[in-house]
Design a protein around this ligand. Structure first.
Ligand SMILES: C[S@@+](CC[C@H](N)C(=O)[O-])C[C@H]1O[C@@H](n2cnc3c(N)ncnc32)[C@H](O)[C@@H]1O
Length: 342
């Protein structure tokens, strides 16, 4: 298990590590779902990215480090300042009410999304030990992945009132509280080391963050190479539809009632364009979510590895082909790139 520690001493972490690893550095990665392939829809991957995605099967493809970036030097004061700037404290009664409503009013939604989440979180089984959940809220996802032995969860949320619900959800999920840490912070400035977690989970949160792109950057920074970002987000309906019109009208009210939640964000596109090696994104509509539709869900792979040129290379190449649905051009790109190494 890798060492990991919240940065800037915002909270007392477990396994504190004095070493900081740069976000683009060479931490070895070994996590990737065999079923994760480049999606044809919103995926923005180019040829290099495709290859990086395709080599995500750990024991088969050696990781090669890319250039290291300068480590960020944020202190606990910086994180606190970011928290206050991005999500200034709301009145206590508002936060309490919001947390309590979230805890009770989402039951029918959770029941309807359960099948999707079960499938999605199955990708983490036995593969992710250090998991960060951004905007953990009351912790409705913990039951899907936290019971795995050895899993440690960092739950980031700017609303302290969520903590008691999230801790209760952790206990109910069978996660020892010694393996759960609630971190009072925002997704735009995550107080964790670079490349320190195996997976990041975020559900219904990019609608609420102040800066979607910065949050996605932070997610990539804390993910180790080969790490996974699992998401479920509601997004704007198609332009010109009645639903989109309703969303535009309700958007200001929604932000007041639901702690800054935006109904009209094109979050799927933001995720697809944020520089992950591969994004597998699906869209669905949930009857329990009413105008908070459609919803996108899926997995993004954070990878900075390249195809190895080992003696098993033909086997590696064949496995890539078997696990990924390739367009003809992707296949040719992969093939040319691969043989050019000889
Ligand atoms: C709609 S709730 C979703 C909670 C939970 N993920 C779920 O699926 O039920 C949005 C959550 O995002 C949190 N949040 C709001 N702004 C945030 C930010 N800038 N960074 C991280 N979390 C944020 C809220 O406090 C809230 O817990």
């Amino acid at each position: 298990m890798s060492n990991i520690a919240p940065r800037g001493l915002i909270t007392a972490g477990f396994n504190p590590s004095p070493t900081r690893v740069n976000s683009d550095s060479s931490a070895d990665g070994s996590l990737a779902p065999a079923s994760l392939c480049v999606s044809s829809g919103l995926c923005s991957c180019g040829r290099r990215r495709f290859i990086e995605a395709a080599v995500a099967m750990p024991s088969l493809f050696p990781i090669r480090p890319s250039k290291a970036s300068a480590a960020s030097k944020l202190t606990s004061e910086d994180y606190t300042a970011m928290l206050e700037e991005v999500h200034p404290p709301r009145p206590g009664w508002y936060e309490e009410l919001y947390a309590s409503v979230l805890n009770t009013a989402m039951k029918s939604y959770e029941a309807e999304i359960a099948g999707y989440k079960t499938e999605l979180f199955a990708e983490l089984k036995g593969k992710a030990e250090q998991v960060l959940e951004i905007g953990i809220g009351t912790g409705p996802n913990l039951r899907y992945y936290a019971a795995d032995s050895g899993v440690r969860v960092f739950g980031v949320d700017p609303i302290m009132k969520m903590e008691k619900y999230a801790r209760a959800a952790a206990v109910a999920a069978g996660l020892p509280l010694s393996n759960f840490e609630f971190i009072h912070a925002v997704g735009e400035a995550i107080p964790l080391e670079d490349a320190s977690v195996d997976a990041v989970v975020g559900t219904l949160v990019l609608c609420s963050v102040k800066d979607v792109d910065n949050t996605l950057k932070e997610i990539k920074r804390v993910l180790r190479p080969g790490g996974l970002y699992l998401f479920v987000e509601h997004v704007a309906a198609k332009d010109g539809t009645i639903l989109r019109f309703i969303q535009s009208v309700l958007n200001p009210l929604q932000q007041i009632l639901a702690d800054g939640c935006h109904l009209t964000r094109d979050t799927g596109r933001s995720i697809s364009n944020s520089g992950f090696a591969a994004v597998n994104l699906q869209t669905t509509t949930l009857s329990s979510a009413s105008f908070v539709n459609p919803q996108v869900y899926g997995i993004a792979l954070h990878n900075q590895c390249r195809l190895g040129r080992s003696s098993d290379s033909v086997r590696e190449f064949l496995l890539v082909l078997r696990h990924c649905r390739l367009s003809v051009s992707s296949f040719l790109s992969l093939f040319l790139d691969y043989v050019s190494g000889y």
